[in-house]
Design a binder for this molecule. Structure first.
Ligand SMILES: Nc1ncnc2c1ncn2[C@@H]1O[C@H](COP(=O)(O)OP(=O)(O)OP(=O)(O)O)[C@@H](O)[C@H]1O
Ligand code: SF4
Ligand SMILES: [Mg+2]
Length: 389
């Protein structure tokens, strides 16, 4: 969420401190390097047939910022989220939290890490134990981190319930006796109980009624500024992260294809897939944005297209796009994009060596077309990973 002086500004400050060799350490809170998570494909014994859920992802999370992560269903957002809080282990690559490589943290030391890294899940009903009352759910991470005194626990649980806007009386209810919004608030109370530094919120509002979504988003924003939290906020579409994120990472089939300060990304997407997602965002002024119409389905995470994974759906693809995989490269001051022929003329010269892109339409000068064949995602049936404890 946008904190005064945080986000893109904070990001720039951190970068400036780095480049100027400033006295303040500018180490990111989280560093993700070449992260890969492959799963064995169901129904096969072959080790070579894998689902490339996360397939070589690198980025940082700066303290105090909200990094939005968006992409269509199955592109690896939740897998990435679980890897960030060590609810899953990478096939290769690593996640560092304040410089500590999470893969080197063994069982005994995991509890300390759990205090700092927490997760909020999409489906509060699925992520809360249905047989536990709210107060027990919220107390559980406190107990696990060593708080034993009953009175102290009760007082802290009541405080947490109030902090998330719930009447402490609700502590005696089971999840099934609460509304969706109340359940998600319990999930949030559990996540903040131990005073974490980073919370991965995996589609925390998409299972809620539209009327409740804004309340929960506002609560997350308020908690962030009050508790100095950093968020990785996962969502399917850009509209959800628009007002929350300082920076946005766009994922496609296990890869980050664009990462940019939110304002810049919304003003002028550089990747054709970002433009497609953006064109799907309802606008109060329909004439303002011209979107590229993209057909087709998201490809298979088992057999992703060669070259650029987005090439079968990309209106600007060239021969090179199906043979050569674009790397995520810096363009402009603070933007990364993985595309041989990015949108916006000023970005192209930075990454395109050959002159083949000169006749491509840019986002800003392309004629308006009907917006994309991108469908709202089907609700996920997968049960959430057990609680971060
Ligand atoms: N435990 C698992 N075993 C096998 N495959 C998995 C597992 N978890 C995820 N996958 C697969 O990895 C890919 C990425 O899944 P993931 O849940 O990370 O995507 P997502 O972007 O969060 O999707 P959604 O928006 O639907 O939640 C999918 O193809 C999914 O089926
Ligand atoms: S690399 Fe080619 S196919 Fe991929 S997004 Fe860019 S222009 Fe489209
Ligand atoms: Mg998911």
């Amino acid at each position: 969420m946008k904190l005064p002086g945080a986000g893109a500004g904070l990001q720039r400050e951190a970068q400036a401190a780095l480049s100027e060799g400033g006295a303040r350490p500018a180490q990111p809170l989280v560093e993700v390097k070449d992260l890969v998570r492959h799963y064995r494909a169901p129904g096969t014994m072959s080790k070579r047939q894998v689902i490339r859920a996360v397939d070589g992802v690198s980025f940082d999370v700066i303290e105090g910022e909200t990094l939005g992560v968006v992409g269509e269903s199955g592109c690896g957002k939740s897998t990435l989220g679980r890897l960030l809080v060590k609810l899953d282990s990478p096939t290769s690559g690593n996640v560092r939290f304040e410089g500590l490589d999470l893969s080197t943290v063994h069982r005994g030391a995991l509890q300390g890490l759990r205090r700092d890294l927490q997760m909020i899940f999409q489906d509060p009903m699925g992520s809360l134990d249905p047989l536990w009352r709210a107060e027990r759910i919220i107390a559980e991470p406190l107990r696990a981190s060593g708080m034993r005194d009953r009175h102290e626990l009760r007082a802290r649980v009541e405080e947490l319930l109030s902090t998330v806007g719930l009447d402490p009386e609700l502590g005696s209810r089971l999840p099934s006796e609460m509304s969706g919004g109340q359940r998600q608030r319990v999930g949030i109370a559990r996540a903040i109980a131990t005073g974490p530094r980073l919370i991965v919120a995996d589609e925390p509002v998409s299972a809620l009624d539209v009327s409740v979504q804004a309340q929960v988003v506002n609560l997350l924003a308020e908690l962030q500024s009050r508790l100095k939290l950093s968020y990785v906020f996962i969502a399917h579409g850009l509209e959800v992260v628009r007002h929350l994120s300082d920076r946005v990472a766009v994922m496609y089939l296990g890869k980050v294809v664009e990462l940019a300060p939110a304002e810049e990304l919304f003003a002028a997407p550089a990747h054709h897939y970002t433009a497609m997602l953006l064109a799907a965002v309802p606008s109060a002024d329909p004439g303002r944005r011209s979107g590229v119409a993209v057909q087709g389905e998201v490809g298979s995470a088992m057999t992703p297209p060669s070259g650029c994974r987005f090439n079968p759906r990309c209106p600007a693809r060239q021969t090179r796009c199906s043979t050569e995989e674009p790397v995520l490269a810096r363009i402009g001051e603070s933007r990364l994009v993985a595309c041989h022929y990015p949108l916006k003329a000023e970005f192209r010269s930075a990454t395109v060596a050959s002159g083949t892109a000169s006749d491509l339409p840019t986002f800003s000068d392309a004629p308006p077309k009907a917006v994309p064949a991108i469908r709202p995602p089907a609700p996920s049936n997968r049960r959430n990973t057990p609680n971060a404890r």
